[in-house]
Design a binder for this molecule. Structure first.
Ligand SMILES: [Zn+2]
Length: 742
């Protein structure tokens, strides 16, 4: 799901050192030697091979790719194997979308081959456009246009007195994760959901369309999963446990993450006749796309018939797992991952990340032949089944949950990669670490380091506050992770400190999850010489090697404490803003403002007086945060002193300290999980229940306020304060032990 990486990058690009290993140590030499090895042409060769044919879950070429990577990894000296799981992966049998009134039109639901693009004609192996994990359905109903289909869009409909009960909704892609659209539509009583790609968002409004340009053409369709990921990702039939062949499975009808209504994706060529047949109110200005017509909301007179049926088969997954055992600390793991499955050929998503990761594996193999051995165990993971819903990574983490809790020190994820600026999101205890790594990577297009270009982009694009901070703070801030790629099970279920990294931001494209995301498109409109693929390999490999070889694990907690403080301020501001908004609206209602401005010819429903949100006691959280800040500062001083004297401290003294540090991120998790979604255990970071990709930080409290569950928000404050206290206790005790080593 490349979108997620793009999301993560967008967050870090628009929102707002210390050397970890002494220069003279062999570790520094290893990561510097590593950076000279990755080769852009090799990355291009892997990408051509991996994207040569469609390779979705269950396809012949998906397995073929896994076996080819397995052989390569073995050739490069890795101990490699395939770990397989058995998962539900429905594929379409019947797909019909037609306008039945006032005129008739039948949607093509096909993406035709483009003559100049050599892989776009591999019809026999392509999955047609569909949304995976839609339930079967055959419905005929009036059509209603719902903009992006977010909860706020339904508030607009309510104000106009428009209901979607018993209707088929048509939503445009974008603004939220696609699975939110059918979920919210079903909550409002819709019986079917169509999702189309409006040219305003990723078509001709932005740039020329494929094959003349990079954008989505009239027939391009975005495939994608609509499983209810914010509840839990992975195989819908085996929540919380690994999908082994003999696992106890839910009945399909009981699987809570399946959609409640049938869902299908369509191109704007297929959507235009349906939208053009709508009457009723004209859509508000920010609902209008770039089709040459007036956008109406409906309902009707357009009536649509949609039929969607699937084969609900179990399919095998092929995760390729490769390890180099640690020479000193074999039970401390540095895990690196990127998925290898795609919706079709997937040169951008995910092969532009898989290719660089393979090159990292080759380069590490080269270091091994030169006699280097990592101190910690390095685990390279090539995931299958990411596109349907993080299947390979989730099942693997569920299978190895206990072992990972003991051994996983870090997980470093990437997905599709492009040309432009570095971006990172993840655990804030790793913020300083990744900043230092990127200072040693060259940006391919400027003579700057990747860090300098990242900083310049922050300064150029940020608010006054962001500009000042980017100029003066030692480390550029990294974003927080919601969901949309394989980091989710590691960070939010297992509690492993996690980073998601990549380059991008300079090239627009509109081929995401279509047959046109292929090698031809990538080599004409993206990182055409694979220079940013090489930069990704250099960045991720440097991070892996430094983490694997560090004497004292390079977590750092002052940036975490600082981030926690900003989140608390955000929550307080959110509550105040909600209170002020309700007070203002109540006052306007009492003054008769809404009645006075209403247009009697196009009346909006009058808003109702509402209770003002109550005060929430944030004091426990503020107190916990103050203590965390103090502990983090104490740890910083103690760890700096120890690092400055390395290697004076013997490994035997540092090993028990490192073992405890590996548990730091897990202090922020709670085995009970988040309210109504226990699979998500991290109390600082989660995908939004109604946003999907986008993160909700301090989700229990934040979503409590947003969803007007104020008692719950108040009790979540206490639970979060306890988690911060656990973190403080761990950091304080480790700092005390480090002080003894000085
Ligand atoms: Zn992806």
């Amino acid at each position: 799901m490349r979108s997620a990486v793009v999301c993560a990058l967008a967050f870090t690009l628009t929102a707002s050192s210390l050397r970890l290993v002494a220069q003279s140590s062999p570790a520094a030499a290893a990561d510097a030697r590593f950076r000279a090895i990755p080769d852009a042409k090799s990355i291009g060769d892997y990408m051509r091979r991996l994207s040569a044919r469609p390779h979705h879950v269950g396809s012949a070429y998906d397995k073929d790719n896994a076996e080819w990577m397995l052989a390569k990894l073995k050739e490069w000296g890795w101990d490699a194997r395939i770990e397989s799981f058995t998962v539900l992966f429905p594929t379409p049998k019947e797909r019909v979308v037609e306008l039945v009134a006032p005129t008739s039109f039948r949607a093509s639901l096909e993406e035709p081959a483009v003559a100049i693009d050599p892989t776009s004609n591999q019809k026999a192996e392509q999955l047609p456009p569909f949304n995976a994990y839609s339930i079967d359905g055959d419905v005929t109903a009036p059509l209603v246009y719902v903009n992006y289909g977010r909860p706020s869009d339904y508030e607009e409909l309510d104000a106009r007195g428009i209901s979607v009960k018993g209707a088929i909704v048509i939503a445009r892609y974008g603004a939220s994760w696609r699975g939110i659209k059918p979920k919210v539509a079903a909550e409002h009583g819709a019986v079917g959901c169509l999702i189309y790609s409006d040219p305003r968002d990723d078509g001709y409004f932005v740039d020329d369309v494929f094959p003349e340009g990079p954008m989505r053409n009239k027939t391009g369709v975005q495939r994608g999963s609509v499983l209810d990921m914010p509840l839990y990702p992975g195989d819908p039939l085996t929540p919380g446990i690994a999908a082994t062949p003999d696992a106890k499975r839910l009945d399909l009808k009981d699987a809570p993450t399946m959609t409640k209504i049938p869902v299908m994706p369509i191109s704007y060529g297929d959507a235009q006749p349906l939208l053009a047949a709508l009457k009723g109110p004209v859509a508000p200005p920010d609902w209008r796309g770039a089709l040459a017509m007036t956008y109406h909301i409906g309902p009707g007179p357009a009536r649509v018939h949609m039929k969607m049926t699937s084969s609900f088969d179990l399919k095998p997954l092929y995760n390729v797992i490769a390890t180099v055992p640690g020479s000193a600390y074999p039970n401390e793991w540095v895990v690196r991952g990127n998925h290898h499955d795609a919706w079709v050929n997937g040169a951008a998503d995910p092969v532009s990340g898989t290719g660089p990761m393979l090159e990292e594996a080759r380069a590490i193999g080269t270091l091994l032949t030169q006699g280097w051995r990592p101190k910690r165990t390095i685990v390279y993971t090539f995931w299958d089944g990411e596109e349907p819903m993080l299947l390979g990574s989730t099942e693997w983490v569920e299978q190895h949950d206990e072992e990972l809790r003991q051994k996983a020190a870090i997980y470093i994820n990437s997905d599709g990669n492009g040309r432009g600026f570095f971006g990172a999101a993840g655990s804030h205890s790793l913020e300083k670490f990744i900043n230092a790594v990127v200072k040693d990577v060259d940006d391919p297009e400027t003579k700057l380091t990747a860090w300098k270009r990242w900083q310049a982009n922050r300064i150029a694009g940020g608010s006054a506050e962001v500009k000042t901070e980017a100029r003066t703070r030692a480390d550029l801030r990294i974003g927080a992770l919601g969901s949309g790629s394989d980091y989710t099970p590691f960070l939010q279920h297992n509690g492993t400190a996690t980073l998601n990294i990549g380059f991008g931001g300079l090239d627009e494209d509109g081929i995401y999850h279509s047959v046109y995301d292929d090698f031809y498109h990538f080599t004409h409109f993206s990182d055409t010489d694979f220079a940013y693929g090489r930069a990704l390999a250099q960045t991720a490999g440097t991070a892996v090697i430094r983490f694997a070889d560090a004497d004292l694990l390079p977590y750092e907690f002052t940036n975490l404490a600082d981030t926690v403080q900003t989140y608390i301020k955000e929550l307080q501001a959110l509550l105040k803003q909600r209170q002020d908004a309700v007070k203002e609206r109540n006052r306007s209602i009492e003054e008769g403002v809404f009645a006075a401005i209403n247009d009697p010819k196009r009346p909006l429903k009058a808003p109702q007086i509402e209770d003002v949100p109550p005060e929430i006691n944030f004091a426990p959280l503020e107190n916990a945060s103050t203590k965390l800040t103090r502990a983090a500062e104490r740890y910083r001083k103690a760890s700096d002193a120890v690092r400055s004297k390395l290697p004076a401290s013997p490994a035997s003294a540092l090993q028990p300290i490192n073992a405890r540090l590996m548990q730091a991120e897990r202090q922020l998790t709670d085995p009970a999980g988040l309210p109504r979604r226990p699979w998500y255990r991290h109390l600082l970071y989660a995908p939004g229940f109604y946003t999907g990709y986008a993160v909700k930080t301090m989700p229990g409290v934040r979503e409590g306020i947003e969803e007007k569950k104020y008692d719950e928000a108040e009790s979540e404050v206490l639970r979060l304060a306890k988690a911060l206290d656990r973190e403080t206790a761990l950091i304080t005790s480790v700092a005390a032990d480090l002080e003894k080593l000085r």
